[in-house]
Design a protein around this ligand. Structure first.
Ligand code: RP5
Length: 177
């Protein structure tokens, strides 16, 4: 397949990395070439403008942008590029990420950001693969296989629950679930 970077993952701070790396893990598992870096709307504004304005020319197809608090990065990047931008609201200490969610989702008409759930970087990675799947059949095939595996794993759980009952099932469930 192509080795050219197709997805750019950017975030406002390295404190966002533990969450945003989940998008990278998805892209890597789907063999989608990607890059990941820090671009802050407020602290490195010129870098943000250059990065967003130049992304399409570099062959990037989708941008995943994560930010927390007054999370302006995804929206500002969307205003600077014709590429689809997926926004990941990062959970914050003070407002649990509601501030990030609203800052990213409440875009004005004409400048959409495809906003996933708070800390939903994994879904951002999957959505990026789905968008790319409209152009690359090999990525679309991997997405379909992923969905089939999801279905199988839930059907397997349903079968086990029906067979052994809730009490025994709960005992076998990992504690952190
Ligand atoms: C935002 O401010 C970043 O996206 C991050 O979520 C938040 C806090 O940044 P740090 O103070 O941890 O660098 O711009």
């Amino acid at each position: 397949m192509k080795n050219k970077i197709l997805v750019a993952i950017i975030m406002g701070s390295d404190s966002d990395l533990p969450v945003m790396n989940e998008a990278k893990e998805v892209l890597d598992s789907f063999s989608v070439p990607n890059e990941i870096t820090i671009v802050s709307a407020h602290r490195t504004t010129k870098r943000m403008v250059d990065y967003a304005a130049g992304a399409k020319k570099r062959g990037i197809k989708v941008i995943i942008a994560g930010a927390g608090g007054a999370a302006h990065l995804p929206g500002m990047v969307a205003s600077l590029t014709p590429l689809p931008v997926i926004g990941v609201p990062i959970k914050t200490k003070s407002l649990d990420g509601l501030d990030s969610l609203l800052s990213i989702a409440q875009m004005p008409p004409g400048v959409p950001v495809a906003t996933v759930a708070i800390n939903g970087a994994r879904n951002a990675g999957i959505l990026a693969c789905q968008i790319l799947g409209t152009e690359y059949a090999d990525i679309a095939n991997r997405v379909e296989k992923y969905k089939q595996d999801l279905e199988s794993s839930v059907l397997k759980k349903a079968g086990a629950l029906e067979k052994i009952g809730a009490k025994k099932y709960l005992k076998k469930m990992p504690k952190n679930k």
